[in-house]
Design a protein around this ligand. Structure first.
Ligand code: SAM
Length: 297
């Protein structure tokens, strides 16, 4: 892939998942950037402000509610693995319905909150501090339903994301259901194009252009051309005050990533209970994040 980015002292501080390889970075530097992304994001998720924020969330997102309805009759017999549970938003909905519930998060503080929150639950929850990149504590073919909600998979590098998908595939049973969401790179084209922020309302134009400017400033190497050309990239977006480095992917590329071991892939805009059909409709969808529902092959 051709990407015009300067080398040497001008080298961008922001990187692009594995596209960094195409930018001519040395292997060592690429590894350091990857590690830095993971470590920084993990620290941010362990911070008091994020633990408090995620502890206060309660509602299922529409796409999650649609899948819960879809699986409802089978949930009582299902062993569920809920990855990246944060403050337990999804736990409170699924724990009372599934046959057996395991919730994990790599932030000790998030799991501590959940242990307190669900201590009195009549249905026992198995809650553990664990990194999705390494699920070796679980045997192969252990779970009927695996959830990684609210874009939790987007806070590791491209390479680690593929590791997570492999781990999910390994610990899930053949025919088991998987639901996760991920940021949609197609949504970024609008944000990075300043012309999209000009409107008749001067206040709105001002606010939108300020956000556009800040996003450009904090992502100096990312251009509209790059967004339109890249299959996936990592950037700092406005959520949690630009503190996280977030992986964005084109839906067509996400489907490719899943093809090694998942089938019957469905895509839902996060705001809707209705899947995009045919699948190719998702390849134009501009929603900020999308839910992917599929079965393990
Ligand atoms: C955006 S929050 C969502 C929290 C919760 N699922 C919700 O929907 O409210 C993402 C969560 O995933 C966790 N997470 C991110 N990467 C992870 C990883 N590699 N392993 C385990 N947890 C991870 C974070 O600590 C955080 O709690």
């Amino acid at each position: 892939m051709q990407v015009a980015v300067r080398e040497g002292p001008q080298q961008p501080k922001i990187f692009y998942g594995e596209i960094i390889a195409d930018l001519g970075l040395s292997l060592g530097r690429a590894q350091r950037l990857r590690r830095k992304m993971s470590q920084q994001n993990q620290m941010v998720y362990a911070s008091v402000s994020l633990v408090s924020y995620y502890s206060q969330l309660n509602q299922l997102q529409p796409a999650e509610a649609a899948i819960l309805d879809h699986l409802r009759d089978r949930l009582p017999t299902m062993k569920m693995l809920d990855i990246g549970i944060g403050g337990g938003r999804t736990t409170q909905h699924f724990l009372p319905l599934v046959g057996h519930y395991t919730g994990i998060d790599y932030a000790t503080e998030m799991i501590a909150v959940c242990r307190r929150r669900f201590a009195a639950s009549s249905q026992p929850a198995n809650l553990a501090v664990m990194d999705a990149r390494d699920l070796r504590q679980f045997d192969d073919n252990s779970f009927d339903f695996i959830l990684f909600s609210f874009n939790g998979i987007d806070y590791v590098s491209h390479r680690d994301r593929l590791r997570i998908l492999k781990e999910i595939h390994r610990v899930g049973k053949p025919g088991g259901a998987v639901l996760f969401s991920s940021h949609n790179l197609q949504s970024m084209a609008r944000l990075f194009d300043y012309r999209q922020h000009l409107s008749r309302n001067p206040l709105k134009t001002y606010a939108d252009l300020a956000m556009w400017g800040l996003t450009r400033l904090l992502n100096p190497a990312i251009t509209l051309e790059l967004i339109n050309a890249a299959p996936h990239l990592v950037l700092k977006d406005e959520s949690h005050n630009f503190r996280l480095q977030t992986y964005y992917i084109r839906p067509a590329e996400q489907v490719k990533q899943l093809e090694f071991g998942f089938n019957t892939i469905e895509i839902y805009p996060w705001t809707q209970r209705v899947k995009l059909a045919p699948l190719s409709e998702a390849y134009l969808e501009p929603d900020l994040w999308l839910y992917y529902f599929c079965l393990i092959t």
